[in-house]
Design a binder for this molecule. Structure first.
Ligand code: HEM
Length: 333
């Protein structure tokens, strides 16, 4: 009887002490255990080869202990990616600083009209901000996965960094879903206005009116904006797909090497997208007078619209003239 009463306490005691035992046990890579020495011996034996064993798990892919692509991937993760990211993001920041210093803020040349035209409805704006805010969360938490240990760990110490990284990883996985949804809605809303055409080539030839003088004629979206659209939906789509591949690993016949490839695609595209979005955010906010209103209130100044999207303004005016009232044709309000 006494034993029966004590049994639950004994189980509880064992359960509570398990983490402590685990802390004392040598962990992989720990300098206290023998694992490091064994690992080094294994590395020597390996000389870049592949080590496989036998496991009781039915999935044969779990039997691969070491594979040469892993080393290549680690070099990519620790060295190449930092360079690609540093050059893309740092280079873009330098270009924007140089652009701001030489060109300054792009103003509405004819001055503000004081009258506005509706550019984006509520659905378009809410969806844009959902994509934008989730992209920023994904970007920051993703950068922490790659660079956090070099940048944040020395500043905040191991405990705070562990918390930040844990919650960051959880956020990274879950925020992927609203991001993907936003991309799909963006395609449905905007793809028809983003089909490339000959005018976009003219737009690029004239530097979009940002470099040099003159305003190339553009419809609802100009060449630069179409580029941002396709970077967002194609880049974002591939990044999302490769991300789901990593969240739900080992689909079908795919193995560790495929996961590493998915990670390389995901991380390179992500840092390139971050660089492109820095330029987009600059032009959409401080870089151009009147631009932010399009995604803020949804209403833009008429002169801004005529300078940057004259063909679109003409279309909107024509539509307004076609609005039929019971008394005949009247202009929209
Ligand atoms: C967080 C800061 C951001 C600001 C201030 C901003 C601002 C803007 C503005 C003002 C527009 C409308 C431009 C127009 O009148 O046509 C716009 C459009 C757009 N934004 Fe953003 N945006 C931001 C972030 C993002 C991010 C992170 C993405 C994608 C991941 C994105 C994707 C787009 C796309 C695809 C369009 C339509 C094409 C274009 O106009 O360039 N935006 N944004």
């Amino acid at each position: 009887m006494k034993r029966l009463i004590l049994a639950p306490f004994l189980v509880l005691l064992l359960a509570l002490s398990a983490p402590a035992f685990a802390q004392n046990a040598p962990s992989p890579g720990s300098s206290r255990g023998t694992v490091n020495a064994e690992e080094m011996e294994l590395q020597r034996m390996l000389q870049g080869g592949r080590v496989e064993g036998r496991t009781t798990i039915p999935d044969a892919r779990s039997e691969v202990l070491i594979q040469p692509q892993g080393k290549a991937w680690r070099d990519f993760h620790n060295v190449t990616l930092a360079w690609v990211g540093g050059i893309a993001v740092g280079g873009m920041l330098l270009i924007l600083i140089a652009f701001y210093l030489t060109r300054g803020r792009i103003m509405v040349e004819g001055g503000l009209a004081g009258r506005t035209i509706s550019r984006f409805n509520m659905l378009e704006r809410v969806n844009h901000w959902m994509v934008a805010s989730s992209f920023i969360v994904l970007g920051l938490t993703g950068l922490n996965l790659t660079f956090g240990r070099y940048v944040l760990l020395p500043i905040m110490g191991p405990y705070a960094f562990a918390d930040v990284s844990l919650w960051g990883k959880i956020a990274h996985n879950f925020v992927a879903f609203p991001f993907t949804l936003g991309i799909v809605v963006m395609v449905l809303l905007w793809v028809k206005d983003n089909i490339p055409n000959g005018r976009d080539i003219e737009w690029f030839k004239m530097g979009g009116g940002l470099i040099g003088k003159g305003h190339p004629k553009a419809g609802r979206f100009n060449g630069g904006q179409k580029m941002i659209f396709w970077i967002t939906v194609l880049g974002g789509g591939i990044v999302a797909a490769s991300g789901y591949f990593l969240i739900f690993p080992f689909w079908g016949e795919f193995g560790v090497a495929d996961m590493q490839l998915a990670h390389i695609i995901q991380s390179v595209l992500s840092v390139l997208m971050v660089a492109a979005m820095i330029a987009h955010i600059y032009i959409g906010s401080v870089g151009m007078q009147g631009a932010f209103d399009a995604m803020g209130s949804g209403e833009v100044d008429l002169n801004w619209a005529k300078e940057h999207h004259p063909l679109w303004v003409e279309q909107e005016m024509a539509k307004a003239r076609q609005v039929v009232s019971p008394t005949g044709v009247k202009p929209a309000e």
